[in-house]
Design a protein around this ligand. Structure first.
Ligand SMILES: CC(C)(COP(=O)(O)OP(=O)(O)OC[C@H]1O[C@@H](n2cnc3c(N)ncnc32)[C@H](O)[C@@H]1OP(=O)(O)O)[C@@H](O)C(=O)NCCC(=O)NCCS
Length: 278
């Protein structure tokens, strides 16, 4: 997998493929940042200008650039040619791109945190990705009170103090990915959703409020640790019998497939996860 200059799509995006791209944004050089800025549309550039801190502006620009470049890996359009709309909730949607087969069917999601960005694309309807940093200054009690279920709070309290922060960030990242996958964002009823992370590496989601989706098989989840202090979660609505082929890669080392630390459904092994050239 490599960035191309001819913008011909080199990879096939099958109906069950769900590629996730991650990028470490620390130390990105100014030329790279300028190149990324050039792929953004005027609205994105105007939003980028409004960030108070240059690092937040950098991460915003690189997240939107990463999404554009990711889409261009799978469809014959240059990164700057993709057109997005934004729903009132904030959810980004790809606008119909004339002449791009399947372009408009793609669901997209992106995330930025200090020093890291991520995105996911798929021929899915409900898709969310989130990346967060494990930071000791996080107020675990406050966020748990607002966004965690009582079962999640109890599970956190059962952990040794040394394990609590990491687990908290895993839950938080999953919740954000879920909030984006539903499209509800900030208005999602997060305490009504319980993620269960068992010691054997399994991962489950149960929703209290929606009878139609109470089965944990309705959503497929995968959790990655692209770096020791980062967690990346993907949440996608299960569409058929086969699980989504979620394959996460590092933009800086595209041949490297990131191994998940937890999954709700089996993922392809590293061999099967290789990109399929057309
Ligand atoms: C906006 C929200 C969806 C995620 O925000 P976040 O994790 O702070 O920020 P991220 O960088 O990961 O994601 C922001 C991106 O999500 C996307 N997004 C925003 N609203 C969205 C929605 N309703 N649905 C899907 N995607 C959405 C956008 O692409 C946005 O980036 P952009 O503005 O640059 O286009 C929302 O859930 C939020 O702000 N949550 C924080 C509140 C909270 O209680 N957190 C604790 C949860 S445990």
């Amino acid at each position: 997998v490599s960035d191309r200059t001819d913008h011909g799509a080199a990879l096939a995006l099958g109906s069950g493929d769900l590629p996730v791209w991650y990028r470490d944004t620390e130390g990105v050089d100014p030329q790279d940042l300028d190149r990324a800025l050039a792929t953004l549309d005027p609205g994105e550039r105007a939003r980028a200008e409004r960030f108070r801190f240059p690092v937040d502006r950098r991460d915003y620009v690189l997240a939107h650039d990463l999404l554009r470049r990711s889409l261009s890996r799978y469809a014959p359009l240059a990164p700057e040619q993709w057109v997005f709309d934004r729903e009132p909730t904030g959810r980004p949607v790809l606008r119909v791109a004339p002449g791009v087969p399947g372009g408009a069917e793609m669901a997209v999601s992106l995330s930025h945190t200090r020093g890291a960005v991520a995105c996911a694309v798929a021929r899915a309807t409900w898709l969310g990705v989130d990346v967060e940093r494990v930071h000791p200054s996080i107020d675990i009690a406050e966020v748990s009170r607002l966004a965690f279920s009582s079962d999640e709070v109890a599970a956190l309290e059962d952990l040794d103090a040394g394990d609590r922060l990491g687990r908290f960030v895993e839950l938080w990242t999953l919740k954000e990915a879920y909030a984006k996958a539903t499209g509800l964002g900030l208005s999602a009823d997060l305490p009504a959703v319980t993620f269960t992370l068992d010691p054997r590496g399994a991962l489950e989601l149960s929703e209290r409020t929606r009878a139609d989706t109470s089965s944990p098989t309705s959503w497929q989840l995968a959790l990655f640790a692209p770096a020791p202090e980062l967690r990346l979660a993907v949440c996608v609505r299960v569409a058929g019998v086969e699980p989504w082929r979620i394959v996460a890669r590092d933009h800086g080392a595209p041949e490297r497939v990131l191994l998940p630390i937890r999954v709700s459904h089996p993922l392809p092994d590293a061999e099967g996860a290789q990109p399929r050239a057309r």
